[in-house]
Design a protein around this ligand. Sequence first.
Ligand code: HSE
Length: 332
Amino acid sequence: MPFQHDAAQSIKQKGPTLDKKIRVFAPATVANVACGFDIMGFAIEHPGDEVEMTLTERKGVVISKIIGDEGKLPLDADKNTVGIVVKYLLEKVRSKYGVKITLYKQMPLGSGLGSSAASAVASLCAANELLARYEPEKALRREELLPFAMEGERLACGSAHADNVAPALMGGFVLIRSYDPLDVVRIPTPEALRATVIHPHVEVQTRDARSILRKQISLKDAIVQWGNTAGLVAGLWQCDFDLIGRSMQDVIIEPIRSILIPGFDAVKANAMYAGALGCGISGSGPSVFALSRNQEIAEEVGRKMQNAFGALNIDSEVYVSPINRQGPRIIE
Ligand code: HSE
């Protein structure tokens, strides 16, 4: 079912018997996309997280159950991204309702796949849709949910970066042109473009992966990086696969963070050998992603990347996906 933004339309479609319960899926995302640290990301079709939410007469946010997190996430709504973002939203719009949440965690934590972002976005979209049904004048447009989702990231890792939550919320390939003021641009992508994302069974916390970064960079590196960032945007816009590939180089973050990912150089070399356009760390890692010009190459890239991790006895999952243009969706 497509996601409803328009409150009035949502009410009309649902008729007089409005459901107080909703289940929403939000997708995994690849942040940074090699050269665009904190300013670029895209959504993939799967995996993703799901949130089931029920509107309650009693104000406040209750997380009643989390399934699939191996007991790692807190049920306290103030300490969990799914809870805090909705709390901020309901307070901000002065809703007279509260919500009860069940989170279905369907992606690994600390994976570099935007796990906290998917949970927060699913939660916000569920709450906003319930608002659209019961307090339609208080429902927000989808992009207006972004600042709330960013607060979820602040809670999760100490930094309110938007390069996972923006694509999870809006779908597609997203550029954060500016944080202050927030200015987010959706970038068209070639239809055939495929992402391969491999998640090795190693955990890297975003907070740690950010803390090891240098705070200053050289002008020489900055020139290389912004050339690549602009080149990537131009390549996507023009459907120029070679330009996309040439631009997927990160001279600032990858040399530092790749030390947290055992076998990174071999995985990347295998991906490139198999025909990937480019390859880099997905978000803060340990997942590694590659972009390819079609499905067949993307699958071969996945096999070759998995071989490289396998040679080090590291288990992994591979996801091959088109760019997810839809973003979150209501599934029940
Ligand atoms: N841009 C963020 C980082 C993404 O690299 O730290 C985290 O998924």
